[in-house]
Design a protein around this ligand. Structure first.
Ligand SMILES: [Fe+2]
Ligand SMILES: [Fe+2]
Length: 282
């Protein structure tokens, strides 16, 4: 079994230090095998914000799979945005915008969906799809396959398709053919999870998509700060959201999925027939 911590949208510049400390302590208590961070490390991509993000990453367990979000590109300084682009992210966080982790149970691949030409939205391009396919294709069946992005490839109910990463439908279909098990994303600042593919019409096979709320910023959309813990093995997947309460981050109810011939289904045995379900809202 592997334990993943999935957190997102920490938005240094709009974060609260006490919450950051509680978050770091809580994540260490989980003793994760991998920490996935799905972007928006900063609010305005300033050096000071990136310095704090770097210190935060250094405090968290490793290995880490970190990808940029749209807020990790300069917004108002157009010269910095279009000439510099991800320079500050590379300087303070990592030169690798699309890290990859593999052990004998799990493969986790990051995809950078943030774009200089898109203020808020994101997309995946052909080269990135090919790279993910190269990573996933040919891995043994017992390896669980995870893709981490900032912009979502599937959505909770009530969200417009415009919130999806551009070309995500095509990418999802191709990744499912390669045995994709799990998508981890952020950007919406809303915690949710559910089966993929029915709404996007990607065929019979189903992966699980998980959205993380904002882990420690003040930009929660009516939700407390939260992060996800995912425990996955050959046959089952447990997804649990830990939400900020008076005494720190508190685990909520788990949701379970089972692996079937058609992919991942809720452990009730029901094959999903409607839109993806939102997770427990806390
Ligand atoms: Fe964000
Ligand atoms: Fe974002």
């Amino acid at each position: 079994m592997r334990t993943l911590v999935h957190l997102s949208d920490v938005h240094f510049g709009r974060s609260e230090e006490i919450v950051v400390e509680q978050l770091v302590e809580s994540v260490h208590s989980i003793q994760p095998d991998v920490v996935a961070i799905s972007g928006d490390l900063t609010q305005r991509a300033t050096p000071r914000e990136f310095e704090r993000a770097r210190a935060f990453l250094q405090m968290l367990p490793k290995p880490q799979i970190v990808v940029p979000g749209n807020h990790d590109l300069p917004l108002y300084n157009l010269y910095a945005r279009f000439r510099g682009g991800f320079d500050a992210y590379k300087r303070y966080v990592s030169h690798d915008l699309e890290p990859f982790y593999l052990d004998d149970e799990i493969a986790v691949t990051g995809v950078n969906t943030a774009r200089r030409l898109l203020i808020k939205g994101g997309r995946i391009n052909e080269a990135q799809m090919l790279r993910v396919e190269e990573h996933l294709r040919g891995l043994p069946d017992h390896i669980r396959k995870v893709v981490v992005t900032h912009h979502p490839f599937d959505l909770p109910p009530g969200y417009r398709a415009g919130e999806l990463a551009g070309r995500s439908e095509q990418a999802l279909g191709r990744f499912l053919v390669c045995g994709l098990d799990l998508l981890l994303a952020g950007h919406l600042h809303v915690s949710s999870r559910g089966p993929t593919a029915i709404r996007l019409g990607c065929g019979a096979r189903t992966a699980v998509f998980v959205q993380a709320g904002t882990a420690c910023s003040t930009r929660g959309r009516g939700e407390p700060n939260s992060y996800n813990v995912i425990r996955v093995d050959q046959a089952s997947m447990e997804i649990q959201t830990l939400s900020l309460a008076d005494d720190g981050f508190v685990p909520g109810a788990s949701q379970w999925f089972e692996r079937s011939s058609s992919g991942w289904v809720r452990n009730s045995g029901e094959i999903p027939t409607g839109a993806p379900d939102a997770g427990d809202r806390r």
